[in-house]
Design a binder for this molecule. Structure first.
Ligand code: NAP
Length: 317
């Protein structure tokens, strides 16, 4: 039997932004729940090492995610394992409908739903998913000890996770479609200095080939010369970007051309009572540092929104 569960604030997504929003909201004595479909910590829990979160020179993503969760819970944030399938407004209520059939009802909802890895869409990618093709180095890297590993992409994620994979692989190829990386310079420099990493520039992966059981090699194409060849690998990690999970809200929501949710500087979306923070939000930078900043602002703005709502109700009575 589905149930209606009443809260004052619902946070959808348990990444750094969502957990920080939840912590501030619970700390402001609002009954707050964070709904997370997988594991609290979000993307960060799937990141090998974090070295750019102020105060932590070196911490694993999983440990940082756990610290965020524990800290938020200490202030009274409830964390429930629920997959939210729709968010909508009903008068002054904001509703999150879950795959379980349960409805969570509150005065404000903060969306911190992050995004999902972009797929290459090439032959063999889906077939060898879980059998050599992966989107998560920390989840799957250890399966490819002493194997040759390929990584596709030229952004922070590809280069950082490529470096992380040198812990396991005998060699890591980073295959990028241009001759210039998009990753931050410090991440690039470290990768260039890593003897286990070799870059293959101006090149795309055309197909993932295997023996029907596991991946064996990749068909590559140099975009400048047109040359084609195969590269023997034991695994392929794909890091070619990120697509926002921004399609939960039933009402029309303002988004940018990339599908990211547009907010103002109070994290208010175009639907009153619905706020957005972290990677799902349209902004220049997608780091843990600004996700927690967004989460803080969203929680405080949601609190002000609820106070104004309560004042209006009190005046009516
Ligand atoms: P990203 O910065 O968008 O980079 C995606 C990379 O994939 C680009 O190099 C792009 O090539 C390449 N690419 C895209 N489509 C491709 C295709 N079809 N075939 C081959 N290559 C393709 O994505 P990201 O690295 O996942 O990072 C996402 C966000 O998270 C960024 O804002 C990033 O700063 C942040 N992040 C930060 C850290 C960190 O600071 N430690 C770690 C991970 C992620 P082009 O360069 O040619 O466009």
């Amino acid at each position: 039997m589905s149930q209606i569960k009443d809260y004052e604030v619902i946070v959808v997504g348990g990444g750094p932004g969502g957990l920080c929003a939840g912590m501030y909201s619970a700390r402001a004595r609002r009954k707050t729940v964070c709904l997370e479909k997988f594991l609290p910590g979000g993307q960060i829990a799937l990141t090998g090492e974090v070295e750019d979160y102020l105060g932590f020179e070196h911490i694993s993503g999983a440990e940082l995610g756990q610290k965020f969760t524990d800290h938020a819970k200490k202030f009274g944030l409830e964390v429930e394992m629920e997959e939210v399938v729709e968010v909508y407004t009903d008068g002054d209520h904001r509703i999150a409908r879950c795959a379980s059939g349960d409805l969570y009802r509150a005065k404000a909802i903060i969306l911190s739903t992050g995004g999902s890895p972009v797929k290459l869409g090439i032959p063999g990618e889906q077939e060898y998913g879980g059998r050599g093709v992966s989107y998560c180095a920390i989840c799957d890297g250890a399966f490819f000890r002493d194997k040759v590993i390929a990584v596709v992409g030229g952004g922070d994620a590809a280069v950082e996770e490529g470096a992380y994979l040198t812990k396991y692989g005998s060699k890591v190829y980073i295959i990028h479609r241009r001759d210039e990386l998009r990753a931050q310079k410090i991440i690039q420099q470290r990768a260039f200095a890593n003897p286990k990493i070799e870059f293959i520039f101006d090149t795309t992966v055309e197909t993932v080939n295997g023996d029907g059981g596991v991946i064996k090699n990749l068909s590559l194409k140099n975009l400048k010369t047109g040359a084609k060849w195969t590269l023997d690998v034991g695994a392929l990690f794909i890091y070619v970007g990120f697509r926002p999970n921004s399609n939960l809200v039933r009402e029309p929501l303002k988004k940018d051309e990339g599908g990211y949710i547009v907010t103002n500087d109070r994290m208010e979306t175009s639907v009153p009572g619905i706020f957005a923070c972290g990677d799902v939000r349209s902004q220049l930078v997608r780091q843990v540092t600004n996700a927690v900043g967004d989460g803080t602002t969203a929680a405080v703005a949601a609190e002000k929104y609820i106070e104004a709502l309560e004042d209006r109700h009190a005046q009516r009575v």
